[in-house]
Design a protein around this ligand. Structure first.
Ligand SMILES: Nc1ncnc2c1ncn2[C@@H]1O[C@H](COP(=O)(O)OP(=O)(O)OP(=O)(O)O)[C@@H](O)[C@H]1O
Ligand SMILES: Nc1ncnc2c1ncn2[C@@H]1O[C@H](COP(=O)(O)OP(=O)(O)OP(=O)(O)O)[C@@H](O)[C@H]1O
Ligand SMILES: [Mg+2]
Ligand SMILES: [Mg+2]
Lengths: 249, 249
């Protein structure tokens, strides 16, 4: 069975999409077959890969009951994308009214999941019915966080909600500190706080790196845009750590 | 009638809460009577003001039908806060099932709105039923945006959704560039792009300023934490521009 990994955090702008794109791309380069589900109406995954808006997407799967296999878009070798769309904004209320409203995504993905080694779900910030579906469908949860007070504060709430939705915190695999700025005292202080509170869950930080924020404008992963950058080095290291954890090659 | 101002953007982490807190505080210092509604489950407004979790909040108003006047918390002189809560996560689906699901917030606020000069609604990132309610209730919309590709890209989608929900873009008053970093070429390039696309809607940028990211940890507004900082200067200037626009003193 593949791992279904939700990349989530209520806090916005802390690196969820950047982590989804560059972890998925790192695994694909190692030969893993990857499905990325973009559960955020912003469609930032598609933009980050430089992929045109496809004819079919997640809305077609969840609302129009089209088969998943017909709604996938190849993003890179070894990476299929189930893209998001504007229509999902209106779909949230419709999904909420269904009796199985928490399992809609898990059920929809079931026919194709076994063709992949990893399924990554990029979540939007805040909590909505799509994010709830992502948590329900996930076997593993990865939580990026910026090293800022509001983001660190928000982890407690996220933990409460993961426990409420999944029954335990057991599926929370890693907390990935992002945008670590060695010149900034706050970064160091909050990284220490994070490690004191969450121990071995906390990975090495992803350093702040302007190349990571430039890459989406070129529709490239960090490995394509600047393979010798700190961003590429740090995300490759994270992929290695995840590979070991999930026993992949 | 007071102005009801939704501070919103699908993109996360681009300065919605920072703008809500420091614009509201700037107006309160000028003697305006302010209500802040925190429509984001993260409760970042409460944290930023250093206010304890109150007994009653927005959940009590929307779901338990408690009168708004009984659910307000004084945050500062001239500032009342209708705080958010964890329970709002579960409330979204419940609200979605109501026939008047888009007008629930507007209806709930009606009894108290006339006691204030301004009502500010801090929205979460992404789109959910609470954010939809905030847009429906708002007479004016203020959109902060970071000067990054994904955030600027997202403005087009936000504009489409504002038109869809409000019928026109007429209530969009300002786009406020945040985290402007003069040392970073991308900041300059994207600020120019923003001005070319949205013209006079775009205000002077809020400069990147570590004091703004430190202030929430102390539960202080930027004027309290570091009144001589760039952050305090830039937000005070924004308050002046809004005062002129809304004809306040
Ligand atoms: N390590 C980093 N160094 C510098 N910039 C980064 C880094 N990680 C992400 N960024 C940039 O910061 C911004 C926010 O990152 P991203 O969009 O991945 O966050 P997110 O959590 O997915 O946001 P949202 O809540 O809107 O979905 C983006 O412009 C991104 O390019
Ligand atoms: N001009 C600025 N300079 C430096 N840091 C800033 C600035 N504006 C905001 N910040 C910091 O950036 C982070 C994101 O800002 P904020 O939380 O206000 O964004 P948001 O859009 O409300 O996020 P969310 O999508 O999670 O609601 C916070 O830690 C904040 O303190
Ligand atoms: Mg994202
Ligand atoms: Mg916020």
């Amino acid at each position: 069975m593949p791992r279904v990994i939700a990349i989530t955090n209520f806090k916005g702008g802390i690196g969820k999409t950047t982590t989804t794109v560059n972890v998925a791309a790192g695994f694909a380069l190692k030969g893993a077959r990857i499905l990325i589900v973009d559960a955020d109406v912003q469609s930032n995954v598609r933009i980050s890969f430089g992929v045109e808006e496809p004819r079919r997407n997640l809305y077609d799967v969840l609302i129009s009951n089209k088969p998943v296999a017909d709604c996938l878009t190849p993003a890179r070798p070894n990476i299929d994308l189930l893209a998001s769309s504007d229509d999902l904004v209106a779909a949230q209320s419709e999904i909420s009214r269904r009796p199985d409203w928490g399992r809609v995504l898990e059920t929809a993905l079931r026919p194709v999941v076994r063709h992949y080694d990893f399924v990554f779900i990029d979540c939007s910030a805040s909590m909505n019915v799509l994010n709830l579906n992502a948590l329900m469908a996930a076997s593993d949860i990865l939580v990026p966080t910026a090293l800022e007070h509001l983001a660190i504060e928000g982890l407690k709430q996220l933990g409460r909600n993961i426990s409420r939705i999944k029954g335990t915190m057991g599926s929370l695999r890693m907390i990935v500190p992002t945008m670590f700025d060695a010149r900034n005292r706050q970064s160091h202080v909050l990284l220490t706080t994070l490690r004191e509170t969450y121990g071995a869950l906390v990975t090495e930080p992803i350093r702040i790196n302007v190349r990571l924020s430039e890459a989406p404008a070129h529709g490239k992963t960090i490995y394509e845009y600047d393979p010798r950058s700190n961003g590429a080095t740090d995300y490759a290291a994270l992929v290695e750590k995840l590979s070991v954890m999930f026993g992949f090659k």
